[in-house]
Design a protein around this ligand. Structure first.
Ligand SMILES: Cc1cc2nc3c(=O)[nH]c(=O)nc-3n(C[C@H](O)[C@H](O)[C@H](O)COP(=O)(O)OP(=O)(O)OC[C@H]3O[C@@H](n4cnc5c(N)ncnc54)[C@H](O)[C@@H]3O)c2cc1C
Length: 212
């Protein structure tokens, strides 16, 4: 397998980065599979991963029309949170957060999940009321939520603009201390490695061939 280093980067720069090896397998498709997953984004890779891990189903193909992680999963804000008001959203996201908390141990790879907390700022009294309601709802679902007034927000993020005559004055905020950030591309890279080790495959194809 090719090594990524500053020397390889410089060497490949001379050929316009056209000669890198593919970072994923590109095998000839088998005649049949137990499961075919369309799309090698976070959901596609995670589906293949958990099919193998939890259900021992490994005769799986992932069909990706572009490149692994080239969809939304490769360009998102990388926030991991469960600060939702409605039960189904909150509990579903909290289940996901629990997977993230254990992910580095499960994969034996640092997915750089950093639970540094999230604060959604409120810019009016009405928004403070909405956040109070959302926070109460979160706590009823066993999720951590702290309603902050303006002074408490100032203590945590003093560099924010707290002047009165700004377009969005800060009235307070809703904090979920256990929320955080992660590095999606590292996780995808490692999942892809695991799937390759387990001989699940991913291969490039074109849009029209996917609907076979
Ligand atoms: C700007 C932005 C910010 C976001 N911020 C956050 C955030 O902070 N926190 C959070 O939790 N979520 C966030 N999200 C949402 C999150 O990124 C998506 O919910 C998640 O990436 C969806 O994953 P996916 O695997 O379903 O889709 P994708 O990552 O889009 O993967 C779909 C894949 O399927 C492939 N594909 C599509 N059609 C075909 C076909 N016919 N044949 C073969 N392949 C096909 C695509 O090429 C793509 O690679 C954000 C999204 C965006 C766009």
């Amino acid at each position: 397998m090719q090594k990524y280093s500053i020397f390889n980067l410089v060497k490949n720069a001379f050929s316009g980065h056209q000669n890198w090896d593919l970072a994923w397998k590109d095998p000839t498709p088998k005649k049949e599979y137990d499961v075919v997953i369309i799309g090698g984004g976070g959901h596609g890779l995670a589906t293949a991963y958990y099919l193998a891990k939890e259900h021992n189903i490994t005769n799986v193909a992932i069909i990706e029309k572009g490149w692994i992680g080239g969809g939304n999963v490769g360009r998102n804000t990388t926030i991991i949170r469960s600060n939702y008001m409605h039960d189904d959203n909150a509990l579903f996201s909290e289940f996901g957060m629990d997977l993230w908390r254990k992910m580095s141990q499960d994969l034996n790879y640092n997915v750089m999940f950093s639970p540094r907390g999230i604060i959604n700022l409120a810019h009016s009294d009405a928004q403070m009321n909405v956040y109070a309601r959302r926070g109460n709802s979160m706590r009823l679902n066993g999720i951590d939520a702290v309603l902050l007034n303006r002074e408490q927000v100032k203590e945590i993020i003093p560099m924010a603009d707290f002047s009165e005559n700004v377009r969005f004055p800060i009235f307070g905020g809703l904090m979920q201390p256990s929320a955080g950030q992660q590095d999606t591309m590292r996780l995808l890279g490692d999942m892809q490695d695991k799937l390759t080790q387990w001989e699940l495959i991913s291969f490039k194809t074109v849009k029209s061939q996917v609907l076979m």
